[in-house]
Design a protein around this ligand. Sequence first.
Ligand code: B12
Length: 295
Amino acid sequence: MKSLSSSELTEKIVEKAKSLGAAIAGVASVESLKTSPSHRIYPKIGMNLQVHWREAKDDVKPHVVAWPADAVSVVVIGVEHNADKPELDWWDGKGTPGNRILIRINNKLSGWIENTFSVKTYKLPYFVSKGGIFLKDATVMAGLGCIGKNNLVITPGYGPRIRFRALLLDRKAEATGPLEFNPCEGCEHPCRKACPINAFQNTVYSADELGQSILPGINGTYDRVTCNVKMEKDIEEAVMAIPAGDEEHQEVLKAIDEFEKGVKLKPQGDKRPNFYVEYCRGCELSCPPARWGSR
Ligand code: B12
């Protein structure tokens, strides 16, 4: 096959991702991402969700994203997580149905790119500690949306009701961003008011102290510790619903990840899991569709 220009490569990849089921897809450059706000702040604030950053222990090595040396471009794909399909977000002890759809599309896209263009790809895991990248920054740099007042990526057409996954390429594909889009301008930010534990109330990250102006919640007002406490509370309630001494349930409990844990009992007999995680989505679902043009 004749060699394609970087913009043709992007065009073909985006088209293929959509044909495989992605709602949106785009490309960012690895170089630009290495200095994006999350990639810069992470080594300073660390990954411990129990502490903001000042309280972090000095002896804990800061975590950095492990970029493969030959990675040049990032392909980001998104799958809609509409409010009508809450089950896409349910954690069943092994993952969520929505993330499994993303993994399937990403795997197929990776195989197709490698076979069609002889480009090497890296299928990225979800967690940064396991080799993943900061997906929101990548999505924004790929021009698929912007960070909203709720600290989530707001996309035209799907708002924040969307989840992401990414692939790295060892060849340059033209970047598709950035995008001029600011749905939060003039908005009364119901997202922040919807938070049941006021995770957007205080300035917890300081631009002066951290040496960067773009912070969690854009201006430093998103509090991951508080947000995570709510998730833990959800877990606690869910765990209470587990009948004592039930082996299968205990298995599920064991498999649940450090902070993405929590189970609920579901009636058996249909295709739904016996247990599922239902994360708080207050800041996400309260974002007004009129702002981003719901499809
Ligand atoms: C760890 C994690 C959590 C932790 C900690 C979150 C945190 N922000 O620290 C907990 C468990 C609390 C959590 C909660 C949630 N999460 Co979460 N989480 C992640 C994970 C694995 C890493 C995120 C992370 O550590 N970021 C680093 C911190 C420092 O960044 P940050 O707080 O986002 O702040 C940065 C951005 O705001 C950025 N930024 C601000 N303005 C701008 C402007 C530009 C131009 C750029 C480039 C960047 C930028 O700069 C800040 C840093 O200085 C990602 C998956 C991934 N691999 O990326 C999913 C992810 C971010 N989570 C997601 C979701 C949906 C949620 C929840 C709604 C829960 C749920 N129902 O799933 C809540 C929402 C919280 C919120 N409002 O931010 C989605 C977001 C989808 C979207 N539309 O944006 C992701 C991308 C996973 C996915 N499947 O797609 N999460």
